[in-house]
Design a protein around this ligand. Structure first.
Ligand code: AHR
Length: 379
């Protein structure tokens, strides 16, 4: 089963080009028109490749050569997650010679460990994990290693084990740092002298939560902002709404910034502020910061309801396929691949931010002003 299917996978890679827009190979903040042109240019080649792949997949299946991949997905908590699932399912597809065993772990860490153990028992060829939390992995990854099953980690990181072959995902601390750098520049531009911030964090212990909190907190410290509270909304709309409803009981009239660690939490927080008659966004009293930049999130940026949205790129399917293709061919794979991630804003006055990133390097990065074309090109 682990036999190389190079021809099949080479053709499969061509077909995955369509899905690759916005993935790690895309330049940060590529204009929407450029992305559209790139997509058109690859359409013909990809259509042809899909035909070849389908034929090759049929042949491989007939010979019993299908590659089996188990994917232990976090859950279905957000628009981002749906895009991530779709991306992996589209790339690791039957047409591409892969039999994908998909498990939605419903944000339950114990269920995720069990899913991985089941994959090991089944003797799948590869395991893909998007880890709900960043610790508690070493034992099960040792079991996978002992069974000779390569593990690929996507999106969030595993921080207590190195027994996986490759990781592809986001630099969450940079997302948090960029949010802080933007807020610093924004309040300076608006002449706002005091920042009283509330944070609605993501799933506690996930690397997405840890990185975004740590990055933003650097600016809380250096700028002497008041962080009034930080509670988890578990990356869900319902969670964001509940946390904001509770914040409004304690802090109504006392805060001027809310940092929501994903778009769905922001939607919930916005609903709660609306219901309470609190004004927010570009024309309001409360600055709204979000992460993900999914289509619905960017629609709210365009409408001025979210002031800034820091992209987390979910399109890791093509990268996964590429990694499997290389492993099948006995080639080396990159240990880490970072996704390209632009920063989006509602107003066009600030065009870039400069900050020291998580690698200690001073960087200047563009701020993309959201218009309809940007929304249309989103995931
Ligand atoms: O790990 C990525 C995060 O998880 C995204 O920001 C969020 O939407 C998702 O649930």
């Amino acid at each position: 089963m682990r036999k190389a299917l190079s021809v099949l996978l080479t053709a499969a890679m061509a077909s995955s080009l369509l899905a690759a827009c916005g993935s790690s190979s895309a330049p940060a903040a590529a204009p929407a028109e450029t992305k559209a042109a790139e997509t058109q240019a690859t359409t013909a080649a990809a259509t042809e490749a899909v035909k070849e792949v389908t034929e090759a997949a049929k042949e491989a299946e007939a010979k019993g050569d299908t590659i089996t991949v188990g994917f232990a997905q976090v859950g279905h908590e957000s628009d981002w997650r749906t895009a991530s699932t779709n991306s992996v399912q589209a790339a690791l597809s039957k047409e591409n010679g892969i039999d994908l065993q998909f498990v939605d772990c419903d944000n339950d860490s114990a269920a995720q460990l069990e899913a991985v153990r089941n994959f090991i028992q089944q003797g799948v060829d590869y395991i893909v994990i998007d880890p709900i939390v960043s610790t508690g992995w070493d034992t099960v990854l040792t079991e996978a290693d002992d069974a000779g099953i390569p593990v690929i980690v996507i999106d969030r990181t595993i921080d207590d084990s190195d027994k996986y072959v490759s990781w592809v995902g986001s630099e969450f601390t940079n997302e948090g740092l960029a949010a802080g750098a933007w807020l610093k520049a924004y309040v300076a531009d608006k002449g706002i002298s005091e920042v009283n911030a509330l944070v609605i964090s993501g799933t506690t212990g996930s690397s997405a939560q840890i990185g975004r909190s740590n990055g933003f907190d650097k600016f809380v410290e250096s700028e002497k902002w008041n962080k009034l509270d930080e509670q988890t909304g578990d990356f869900t709309q319902e969670g964001g709404q509940k946390v904001m409803e509770s914040y409004l009981k304690s802090y109504n009239g006392k805060f001027n910034v809310v940092v929501c660690q994903n778009d769905n939490e922001a939607f919930g927080a916005i609903d709660a502020m609306k219901a309470a008659g609190v004004s927010y966004g570009v024309d309001g009293d409360v600055i709204v910061i979000s992460f993900d930049a999914c289509t619905a999130g960017l629609q709210k940026v365009l409408a001025g309801e979210i002031n800034a949205d820091f992209q987390c790129n979910p399109l890791q399917g093509p990268d996964c396929l590429n990694i499997i293709k290389k492993l099948q061919a006995g080639e080396k794979v990159d240990q880490k691949t970072f996704m390209a991630e632009p920063w989006y804003v509602a107003e066009d006055k600030l065009t870039e931010i400069t900050y020291t990133n998580n690698s200690g390097k001073e960087v200047t990065e563009p701020l993309v002003h959201v218009d309809q074309a940007v929304v249309d090109a989103a995931y």
